[in-house]
Design a protein around this ligand. Sequence first.
Ligand code: 8ID
Ligand code: ZN
Length: 349
Amino acid sequence: RIPTEQWAQVVEKTGGPVVYKKIPVQKPGPDEVLINIKYSGVCHTDLHAVNGDWPLATKLPLVGGHEGAGVVVARGELVKDVEIGDYGGVKWINGSCLNCSFCQQSDEPLCAQALLSGYTVDGTFQQYCIAKAAHMARIPKDCDLEAIAPVLCAGITVYKGLKESGVRPGQTVAIVGAGGGLGSLACQYAKAMGLDIIAIDGGAEKKEMTAKLGAGHYVDFQTSKNLVSDVKAATSDGLGPHAVILVAVNEKPFQQAAEYVRPRGTVVAIGLPAGAYLRAPVFESVIKMITIKGSYVGNRRDSAEAIEFFRRGLIKAPYKSCGLSELNKVYELMHEGKIAGRYVVDTSK
Ligand code: 8ID
Ligand code: ZN
């Protein structure tokens, strides 16, 4: 029943394009599962991988993708807690050693041996994908596989980032890049957490979308004459948001957030624009007692919690659908910043 060949999108050389072609189906190792990927979200990370613009090399040739939702079709002999037919998700952290000091303390993303789906191991832009069983996301049977796909990276990552910010119900969060993939999910998680949301992005389409997703305020970075004062003015007392979630793919906001975050507030860097630096004025950072930190995907528990928010119906983020064969088109739109929300590819087309 499992075919020997399958359709995949393959990065043959850094810089792209991706090539739609048939490749062999792999067999799972003893601690692995084989998942028939039905849908995969397309994350900006996948485009960074094609372009090779991060200081970390990808495998080549590479099958990208790390927001894959599907059905378990085979398992290795050591896998006891996953059944054939279960719904499974492939996330960015494909596997980790489970034994280093980070893994022992549930910081699996920090494991030096971590396998990265669609980067250091083949990912979800294929019909059959391997995952370490310990890290496979458990997807309940009542979840829609297409709608849940973006939760497997974007959702987990922003859910974790919001927790890392320490923001509490009733407080205000600024989401920078709110109209993109991570940003649209961040609006929904922030709304579910009872936060007041300032969405920051560009253009009318993203303004309208973020308002529907729960943002009470919108600051347009393309037209604002003074972004720092506009963001502060969006808070009731004019002192700025308690937390800033940076999910833009652009250096500028990483050098602005410290100026509008509230005293005692936290700036969380999540987006990974190539070659960029964080910057903050020392004087203001000190006398405002601000915190600036990074946040990187989530551990297995964060993943299960982010999925549970979705299962409970709290997360309804918009996505556009197309076939896996059309991935190059999605990358072009993403490069131009023209995607409001997420694209999800159907691996059968
Ligand atoms: O674990 C992590 N830290 C993690 C996990 C997943 C993804 C990090 N990422 C990284 C990706 O690699 C990428 O660098 O987060 C970044 C955002 O990924 P995405 O949400 O998949 O990208 P997108 O859909 O293209 O959205 C980016 C948004 O930023 C806006 C764009 O308009 C778009 O809506 N934006 C830009 I570009 N410049 C902006 C600016 N100056 C801006 N919004 C506000 N101000
Ligand atoms: Zn991602």
